[in-house]
Design a protein around this ligand. Structure first.
Ligand SMILES: [Zn+2]
Length: 279
């Protein structure tokens, strides 16, 4: 069933766990993630990122995501990931998206506040929850690095930001990066605990691929309630296709797609097991 971001985060708080949030730029991903969530009888978040527009236009994948969420046997939030334009955000909200992330992390503080407040007002009209970002990760979601380097979120500034904007969830910067890690990430999970305590809001981990199970567990104990995870799931799909092609002379693309889907489902299940504290 389709539920909004706040409902999902409420469940996460009740269960003291994090809900997995997966980008789903094609139907194989949607199926993989929803099959994983239904198999585990757990809530989940599926996301569209503007970054994937070329591979998967919002106009086409968005309605499919909303329909799949409505038909799912578990609570599903359909979320817009990393959006910096309010008109694009409104398109998603009109389609039935139930959560949005406004990313003004590269803007000066006051401008980030001003734009995020507008996003909160807009999302409220549609009953959707809002996530926003403060500080800067070491890399953007397209894998490019941030010239000035990572800026860890200042806890005091986070409190002010949450109060001024009225957001429902905060994505702080504490050492994770988007994409595939080139070296083992060193996370400041104590910062997560302090920000969680001071803001009282659910926190979001971006760049969730490649973090150790131990760090996930500590981060969740310290207040992470949504973990964005995509790169490793997608890589598992690609690997399954490579393996299949090495074994067999495959003619039909749908056989490759299905192999990718099954591998992504298994990878998503593993991640969710850790996020849900079932392992
Ligand atoms: Zn992100």
């Amino acid at each position: 069933m389709l539920v909004n971001l706040n409902k999902i985060l409420e469940i996460a708080e009740d269960w003291k766990c994090a809900i997995g949030a997966f980008n789903t730029p094609n139907l194989e991903c949607v199926n993989a993630v929803l099959d994983a969530a239904e198999g585990m009888d757990a809530p989940v978040i599926i996301m569209h990122a503007q970054l994937h527009e070329a591979a998967s236009p919002l106009e086409k994948i968005g309605p499919a995501m909303v329909l799949a969420a409505r038909r799912a046997k578990v609570p599903v939030c359909v979320h817009l990931d990393h959006c910096g334009q309010l008109n694009y955000m409104e398109k998603a909200l009109k389609m039935g998206f139930t959560g949005v992330m406004f990313d003004g992390s590269l803007l000066p503080y006051e401008e980030n506040v001003r734009m995020t407040k507008q996003a909160v007002k807009l999302a409220a009209k549609y009953g959707a929850g809002v996530e926003a970002e403060l500080g800067a990760l070491a890399s953007r979601e397209d894998g490019s690095s941030v010239a000035s380097g990572p800026v860890y979120t200042d806890p005091e500034e986070a409190v002010r930001f949450c109060r001024e904007t009225g957001i429902d969830a905060l994505a702080p910067s504490f050492g994770t990066a988007h994409g595939i890690y080139k070296s083992t990430p060193v996370l400041d999970l104590e910062r997560v605990r302090v920000i969680s305590e001071l803001t009282g809001l659910p926190l979001v981990m971006h760049g969730g691929s490649g973090v150790s199970p131990e760090d996930y567990r500590t981060g969740i104990a310290n207040g992470l309630r949504k973990i964005n995870y995509y790169s490793y799931m997608s890589k598992a799909g690609t690997q399954a296709v490579k393996d299949l092609l090495a074994r067999e002379d495959v003619t039909f693309y749908h056989d490759l797609a299905l192999a990718a889907q099954k591998a992504m489902q298994a990878n998503a299940e593993n991640a969710m097991r850790i996020f849900l504290g079932r392992q």
